[in-house]
Design a protein around this ligand. Sequence first.
Ligand code: ADP
Ligand code: MG
Length: 631
Amino acid sequence: MAQEKGNISINTENIFPIIKKWLYSEKDIFIRELVSNASDAINKLKKLDAMGEAELPDDNKYEIKVIVNKNDKTIKVLDNGLGMTDEEVKKYINQIAFSGAVDFIEKYKDKSDDAQIIGHFGLGFYSAFMVSERVQIDTLSYQNGAKAVKWVSDGGTEFEMSDSDKTDRGTVITLYLAEDSLEFLDEYKMRQTLEKYFAFLPIELYLEDAAKEAENTEEKTEEKGEDKTEPAAPKPLNDTKPLWLKNPKDCTDEEYKKFYTKVFHDFNEPLFWIHLNMDYPFNLKGILYFPKLKHEFETMEGQIKLYYNQVFVADNIKEVIPEFLMLLKGVLDCPDLPLNVSRSFLQNDGYVNKISSHITKKVADKLTSLFENERESYDKYWSDINPFVKYGCIREDKFYDRVKDIIIYKSTKGGYVTLKEYLENNKEKHENTVFYVSDENQQAQYIKLFNENDMEAVILSSMIDNHFMSLIESKVTGVKFNRIDADISANMKQENTGISEQDVSYLETLFKETINDDKLKIQVEALKNESIPAVVLLSEHSRRMQEMSKMYGGGMDMSSMFPKEQTLVLNSSNKLVKAIIDLKNNESKKEDVKLISEHIFDLAMMSHQQLEPEAMSKFIARSNEILMKLV
Ligand code: ADP
Ligand code: MG
C-alpha cells in the first residue's frame, strides 16, 4: 500500500470518559484490553470458520502470546486470529468511535450462538498509550490475497500506515514503553497481571521473557551444546475450561475444593458451595463458597470475583452482587452484563437487579436444603455461617423472608433450636421472652442457675447479635430478648422469702449503707438455689441504652443520661445471708458483718462483670483480712 498519514478521529463524546479513566484507573488495564482484543480476534475467526467463511490450515492451533523484552523495552501481544485489512485498520483503529466488537456482533447476531466476544471494558485499544511512547500494529488478515499492514502512532493522535513484512495470519501489537511504565517489562509482574485477568481465558495464553531467553541461549552456546535435553513444551498460564462452565452433575467434591484453593489461595477447606449454572432468562455461571472461619471472632472477609466471558473484571462489585454475599468467596461469570456503561447505570439496571436477586434466592435455597436434608451438618456449619446469614437478614428483607425459619440458636441445654422451637419449649415458663447469653464465661453463674431450674437460654455472642436481636424483635411481634442476667425469673424463686418484713428492711438498709451507691437497688428473694448469697441484675432496657450511647455517643460521656439500673438480689435462702440477719443486734460483730456484706456484693459483681481496678484491689485486701481472722 502507499504510505498514508492522518489524524485519528475522536469525537468529544468519547474522549472525556477516556481521559478520566486514563487518569484514575489502574495502569495494568492496557494488558486486559490488548489480550481481550487478541482473544476476540481468535473467537471471531473461530466463528467464521464454523460458518464456513474462512479457510484454515489443518494443523491450525489458536494461541495468544505476550512477550516482554527488557533489552529493547517492548511488550508484544501476538495472536493468530482474523487479523485486519487496511480498510479495517482505518475503520476500527483510526476511528475510535467504531467498535469492531459491536460491529461483529451486529453482523452475525442471527447466525452466532455463543460468540464469547469480549469487546472493550473502557478504553479498548487506546489504553496501550497509557504505558507507551509509541505503539505499532502489524497485521495480516485471514482473507485470501490480503496484504499485511503496519500502523504506527506516537501518542495516539496521529498515525502512519504502510506495508508490513508480517507473513503469518494474525496481529502483533508492539508497545514501546514509556519510561514511567517499565515495571511491566518484569516477567513476574507481567505474569501476575496476566493471571489476574486471564487465569480462565478460553484461549491458550503464553508469556515469554525475550531478554531471559537470549541470555539462556548465550549460556547454552558457551557450554558447547553439552545439554542436549529438549526443553519442556511451554505451558499456557491459563485454565481454558474453568470448573464453573462444567455441568454441576459432572463435578466432584475434590474438583470444587481444588478449584477453591487455587483461586483463593486458601488452604482451609470450604464448608460447602453453590454452583450457579443458568442460561435462561440470563446467562449466569459461577461457584460460591462458604469459607470456614479460622477462629471464632474472625469477621468474614470474602471475595467475589466477577468475570465477563472468562475475563476478570473486578472484585466485589457492589452494584451487581448483594453486599452481604461479599462475605462469601466465589467466582461469577455474567457475560450478559452491560460492561461498557457506568457503575451508576448498573445500579439501576433492572437486569442487574434480577441477577442479584437470583443469586440471593440460590443461596437461600441451598441453606434451606441443608437445613431440611442435612440438619446435622447444618448445625455444625452454623458457627461459621451465622454471621453471614444474620448480616444478610439485616441487609436484605427478601433474604430474611427466605431464611427466617431456618435460623437456629445454640441452646444452653445443648444442640440448636429455631426461634419457634424455643418459644414452644418455654412458653409456660416465660412466654415470648428469649433469654440469651452474650458471654458464656462471664455469665457462667447465671447459666448454672438456669440449668438448675430447667430453664433454657440461647447463646448470642457474635458481634452482629445485638443488631440481629433488634431485627428479630422488629419482625416477630411480641418477642423480646432478655440477657440472662437481666431478671430473676419466677421459676427460680421460692414462694416466699422465709424471713420477716423487718429483716428484709434490715438487709436493705445494711447493704445500702455498706455499698453506698444510691443508684443500686436492693431486693430480697428466696432462691431455690441455696448456695449463692447474691446476684446482680442489670435491666435489659438500660443496658441497651448504655450500649447504644457508647456506640453512637461519639466519645461523649452520657452515662448520667442512661444510668445503670442495677439490682442486687440477696438470697434469703442462703446460710450466709441468714447468718447476717442473726447477727443484727450483735454490736461486737458489727465490723465483721460489714466485711461480709461488702464481700457478698463483690462476689456477686464478679460473676456479673469484671471488677474495676480499684474495686479489685479492695477485694483482695479484704480477702486477706478475712483470712487473717481465720488463723
Ligand atoms: P472493541 O474491542 O470494543 O471493539 P477496541 O478499541 O479494543 O474496541 O478495538 C477496536 C477494534 O480494533 C476491534 O473491535 C477490532 O476490530 C480491532 N482490533 C483490535 N485489536 C485487534 C486484533 N488483535 N486483531 C484483530 N482486530 C483487532
Ligand atoms: Mg477491545
